[in-house]
Design a protein. Structure first.
Length: 295
């Protein structure tokens, strides 16, 4: 666009300015608090996952029950770290920053997803949502949820190009090298643990308490946190790249992602408050042209 064209482009109307003012005013009601429920979720979920191992090995927990519990724990492990990635628990330089980092690093250990790597790549997702070349989550695109699941499974096969790896390579984040080293260390530790367990005669336990639950958890997370809120992953713009949608499995089972639109508009609002924030600003957002699929 030429300078002359830019100068002639109309600015926001009085109504648009008023809508934005109301949207921001509502969002501020939900900012600034420590989401202690997410802290308890992240650390408690990790502790529960750890306890599954000795309970199963001691025969106090049947292997099938350990498998189900581990799958649940791993599926629930990402969201507390996601809060920490956005510094929702505590901002940099505040006295509780250590807690923000602790939750961020610890909660995704069962998922084998390093906190720093997740944050660097997630920031690219927010900056380039639905961009086929720059959004690390674009590989989860699919015309149907089955196709999205299949695409995710293919992306995790040996030799497949990792979208996170590519995103990290093009990142100019000063912590990129540190994130890469942490990713290598965590993955080496994961495969070393599986190998040691198999070598010691616990191959079935290793598969059913970690390997398979992780695969199922990753699939569920990619489906509900990536594919569903952005489907069909073709639109761009602040109010169009993410949708409000009615989940067939309900809000809890979809991990609160019916309201993921609020997170993309106001990333510092805690997850557990996004539903209330959406309901309060719904009329404003509808007038601003959001995609609403039944919510």
């Amino acid at each position: 666009m030429s300078r002359a064209s830019a100068a002639e482009a109309p600015g926001p109307s009085a109504r648009e300015r008023e809508l934005l003012r109301r949207e921001v005013e509502i969002s501020r009601k939900y900012l600034g608090r420590v989401p202690w429920e997410m802290v308890a979720w992240g650390l408690g979920n990790f502790a529960l996952w750890l306890s599954i191992w000795p309970l199963t090995f001691a025969g106090m927990l049947p292997l099938w029950a350990g498998f189900l519990l581990s799958t649940l724990c791993i599926t629930l492990s990402y969201l507390p770290s996601h809060e920490a990635q956005h510094s929702i628990i505590a901002s940099r330089g505040t006295k509780l920053r250590w807690l923000n980092e602790l939750v961020g690093h610890v909660s995704t250990i069962p998922l084998v997803l390093p906190y720093r790597l997740a944050w660097i790549t997630h920031r690219q997702h927010h900056a380039h949502t639905n961009d086929p070349d720059l959004d690390p989550d674009y590989g989860n695109k699919g015309d149907t949820w089955r196709q999205s699941v299949w695409n995710g499974l293919k992306a995790r096969q040996p030799g497949a190009d990792s979208a996170y790896k590519v995103a990290l390579q093009r990142s100019d984040d000063p912590d990129a090298d540190r994130a890469r080293a942490e990713a290598i260390a965590l993955n080496v530790g994961y495969y070393a643990a599986l190998t040691a367990l198999a070598w010691s005669g616990y191959a079935i336990e290793a598969a059913l308490l970690w390997w398979l639950p992780r695969q199922l958890g990753l699939t569920y997370i990619q489906l509900f946190l990536s594919w569903a809120p952005h489907h069909p992953m073709e639109e761009h713009g602040r109010y169009r790249d993410t949708r409000a949608w009615r989940s067939p499995v309900g809000t809890i089972a979809s991990l609160g992602m019916e309201y993921h639109l609020i997170h993309h508009l106001h990333p510092r609002i805690p997850l557990v408050d996004t539903g209330r924030a959406y309901r309060e600003m719904r009329d404003v957002l509808l007038e601003r042209g959001i995609r609403n699929d039944g919510l």
